[in-house]
Design a protein around this ligand. Sequence first.
Ligand SMILES: CC(=O)N[C@H]1[C@@H](OP(=O)(O)OP(=O)(O)OC[C@H]2O[C@@H](n3ccc(=O)[nH]c3=O)[C@H](O)[C@@H]2O)O[C@H](CO)[C@@H](O)[C@@H]1O[C@H](C)C(=O)N[C@@H](C)C(=O)N[C@H](CCC(=O)O)C(=O)O
Ligand SMILES: Nc1ncnc2c1ncn2[C@@H]1O[C@H](COP(=O)(O)OP(=O)(O)OP(=O)(O)O)[C@@H](O)[C@H]1O
Ligand SMILES: N[C@H](CCC[C@H](N)C(=O)O)C(=O)O
Ligand SMILES: [Mg+2]
Length: 508
Amino acid sequence: MSAPRPASRDSSSIRDLALLVGASVDDLADAGSVTGVTLDSRAVQHGDLYAALPGARAHGADFAGQAAAAGASAVLTDPDGLQRMRADGVDLPAVVVADPRSVLGAVAAHVYGTTGQTLTMVGITGTNGKTTTAYLVASALEALGHRTGLIGTVETRIGDERIKSVRTTPEASDLHAILAVMEERDTDTCVMEVSSHALSQHRVDGVVFDLALFTNLSQDHLDFHADMEDYFSAKAQLFTPLRSQRALVCVDDVWGRRLAEQSGVPVTTLTTAPGQQADWVVTVGTEDPTRFSLRGRDLELDLRSALPGDFNVANTAMAAVALLLLGEETDAVSRAILTDPHVPGRMEKVTAPHDEDLLAVVDYAHTPDAVEAALAALRPSTKGRLVVVLGAGGDRDRGKRHGMGRAAAGLADVVVVTDDNPRSEEPSAIRAAVIEGARSYDSHARLVEVDGRAQAIREGVRLAREGGPGSVVAVVGKGHETGQEVAGVVHPFDDRDVLRAALEAAAP
Ligand SMILES: CC(=O)N[C@H]1[C@@H](OP(=O)(O)OP(=O)(O)OC[C@H]2O[C@@H](n3ccc(=O)[nH]c3=O)[C@H](O)[C@@H]2O)O[C@H](CO)[C@@H](O)[C@@H]1O[C@H](C)C(=O)N[C@@H](C)C(=O)N[C@H](CCC(=O)O)C(=O)O
Ligand SMILES: Nc1ncnc2c1ncn2[C@@H]1O[C@H](COP(=O)(O)OP(=O)(O)OP(=O)(O)O)[C@@H](O)[C@H]1O
Ligand SMILES: N[C@H](CCC[C@H](N)C(=O)O)C(=O)O
Ligand SMILES: [Mg+2]
């Protein structure tokens, strides 16, 4: 889906843009001007600067002809891109630099006039919990009367407008267009997820976050990052003066502790781990696991998580301290944090119209750590059997498949292994890796392989029902997603709809 564009735009001279990024202006004296920027030839609007970037699969310059036909006024590219477009007979004015991706943020900020002076920016990074924490912060701010924008895995929200997301963090050209729209509509605070891909690919260039949050780090994305150190370094970039003014870091894991030590910006720390030192310490209630105290140097708040699961105590505590750091009063924070943000596809209960003593949940756990957290959260509510239905995504970190299977076998009574988004991979090979992980855990968990996710969900419901009253079926990995990508084609598929239909069809 294309990003929204601001309604009113000034034009930027192409020559000025070249000067801004240190490109040669020799041939750009009368090159004209641009009113927008995009790096996708399919999204070009009349008067745009088309950023033709080299990529892993293609060079954007090979689509410059398409961009020109759609009304692009100029191209930003590298020397190879210039050669390619000229060879294809595209004669648009070109701003040429060695690494165009690295100047795209500055160019987009200039074209859209995003000065960073009107919006308070909150950026959230970490392996798990970004979306949930972003929703918690945004809905609490809304409850406190702020005009809040949200950008993340599920959607972009600008006022009442909702735009479905393609990526967690938009490319810099789209991001600055979105921020300009937010400014135009008098948004005062923007809460956004910042993925490690975004930090590695300059997607948040031109933005300095007022507050940056770190949730946690565990295995994911090792198809893109060489190893955990490299993944950590990408995340750590957010905590440097170029990118943020101050930080809130959860120091429950070793990566958070390292980050707090090395951060180049002032850091506030928070922990939920017993015995761990931090500026803010969370202690969970013994009777009600959603109640917790948040103790700072000279302040203590009694809070409740509006979302189920131990891990949501951490997310809620992070959101509460973020609000305090943004200047909200203690009482207001205690009240606003109770707002249930309704995070789609995260621990989302699915119910069928008839009464049934079965808990059915859809969750987005797609890392070993998240599978463990999600199932551990469901165990206390399980009186019968805990059944998990899961697979793993194709063309993504292969190493996490084993850990996901292992975590599932360690915590569930029945593990139904099926397909997630196989993408270009052979589904049975992905399932085999998950099964191998599940087998590596010496547990009594029953293991079932089902080819086809819909069939697997139906089987999960049947097996949970077989476990008697108080059984739980958790369908994890795809959460809010509304499609399943198989062999390059996205078929409509929503775990929540399929699970609801399975519950209805199999009604006792
Ligand atoms: C690894 C990765 O992030 N790759 C992104 C990157 O791809 P790339 O540089 O290899 O680009 P390419 O496909 O070779 O194409 C080259 C250029 O031609 C352009 N092009 C291509 C085809 C065309 O018809 N017209 C056109 O203009 C492309 O826009 C691109 O600029 O730039 C592309 C253009 O923006 C992205 O679509 C692509 O995201 C891919 C599809 C992707 O799946 N990314 C995921 C892994 C991702 O970014 N995930 C993170 C983290 C998720 C999380 O943990 O929450 C996210 O922020 O979403
Ligand atoms: N603080 C946390 N610690 C561990 N696991 C968590 C935490 N918060 C959420 N999870 C688990 O991770 C899953 C994904 O959560 P969420 O969508 O909030 O994370 P995310 O960082 O935005 O993920 P993604 O990068 O895929 O968008 C949840 O469905 C839940 O199973
Ligand atoms: N934001 C995650 C999505 C993973 C979701 C899972 N369903 C898959 O397809 O692997 C990523 O880019 O890795
Ligand atoms: Mg997310």
